[in-house]
Write a protein that binds this ligand. Structure first.
Ligand code: DAH
Length: 346
């Protein structure tokens, strides 16, 4: 029994004097190895008087645990201290974490570039806007049911006699009449208005704050083929050269005729089926980009433009939606989550 406590003291002394992991391993082997001291003590058990064997065994086990723990503690100490010493000044430094622009910002830049290439002027109009430019000027008088679709946020300030209430702009179409007036009612107009919009919506494809990009062209002799050609040009440049677009009749107050604008699905190649099954992305071969149409004569008039002389078209699409279609995302809210793990993928 005496032996055991002197063994313990000896180990502690040896550990104290150990300066390398290599030496530590030698100590470990000497005490805990197959032919080490602990095992040889255990082999001694047969020479112990039977009534003392149990106690002897327990003591050895305690000693074994103590030695194991002491060795581990020492190992940690050694690793930490050698880490500190081993600074290799020739190694390259740790890269400093750096941010990137948000994927929506990249998408907006790309969209701007595509339209600027064909002579569109990038504009952005107020995010806090009058009801007049958001609705009345767009042929949606007060009380018109179409206004309900816009789920508008109203600002709690006194009403303007002519421009009515203040709102968070519910769509970039509010820039249409502003742009006509900016140019003094004098076409040609080729505008791409990209701005934040706000609506009271919250689901997988709608966030209360989102972007839209609104294209508008007004000049003499402008017709639907120009609209179609421009959207086709955009689709091929943003999504890829084999994408097609189609216009589907729809209704908007501020365009006549109006269209929903679709782009062929890249998953099924516009056929609507994959391996004989309905395409899980589009179900029909087409994906909706947004609304478009020929600018309504009342809207041209609100902008001081004579609809007998000039015609125009406009469209309003969402950069987030375009981005989601391009990257195959199904949750718009991920884009606004600020979650670095999500954003780092792009
Ligand atoms: N402003 C419409 C919306 O937010 C989209 C839209 C439809 C814009 C037709 C247009 C257009 O310019 O011609 O739902």
């Amino acid at each position: 029994m005496k032996d055991l406590s002197s063994i313990e003291k000896k180990v502690q002394r040896e550990l104290k004097n150990t300066a390398s992991v290599n030496d530590l391993e030698k100590i470990q082997l000497a005490y805990l190895g197959r032919n080490g001291i602990i095992n040889s003590l255990l082999r001694e058990i047969k020479n112990i008087r039977p009534e003392e064997r149990k106690q002897y065994g327990q003591k050895i086990n305690e000693l074994k645990n103590l030695i194991t723990q002491s060795i581990e503690t020492k190992r940690k100490e050694l690793i930490l201290s050698t880490d500190k010493q081993a600074i290799d000044v020739t190694l390259p430094g740790k890269p400093y974490p750096h941010g990137t622009l948000h994927p929506i910002t990249y998408a907006i830049e790309e969209i701007s570039r595509i339209f600027e290439k064909i002579g569109f002027v990038r504009m952005s109009y107020p995010e806090v806007e009058w009801e007049y430019y958001s609705f009345e000027a767009l042929n949606m008088p007060k009380g018109h049911p179409a206004r309900d679709d816009f789920e508008t946020f109203y600002i709690d300030v006194p009403e303007h006699a002519k421009l009515a209430k203040m709102v968070l702009t519910p769509h970039t179409s509010s820039g249409q009449v502003r742009e006509m007036l900016r140019l003094g009612g004098k076409p040609p107009i080729r505008m791409i208005n990209i701005a934040k919009c706000y609506r009271r919506n919250w689901d997988a494809t709608h966030a209360p704050m989102f972007y839209q990009f609104e294209g508008m062209v007004v000049d003499r002799g402008i017709n639907i083929t120009h609209l179609k050609g421009t959207i086709d040009y955009f689709a091929k440049n943003f999504f890829g050269p084999d994408r097609e677009i189609r216009l589907r009749p729809h209704h908007f107050q501020f365009t006549e005729p109006s269209f929903e604008t679709d782009i062929s699905c890249n998953v099924c190649g516009g056929t609507g089926t994959v391996n004989g099954k309905k395409c899980r992305v589009c179900k029909s071969g087409w994906l909706e980009l947004g609304g478009s149409g020929m600018v309504h004569p009342n809207v041209l008039r609100a902008g001081g433009i004579d609809p007998e002389v000039y015609t125009g078209w406009a469209f309003g699409f969402g950069p987030e939606r375009c981005l989601m279609m391009k990257l195959g995302l199904s949750e718009i809210r991920d884009l606004y989550s600020g979650d670095i793990r999500f954003l780092k993928q792009f």
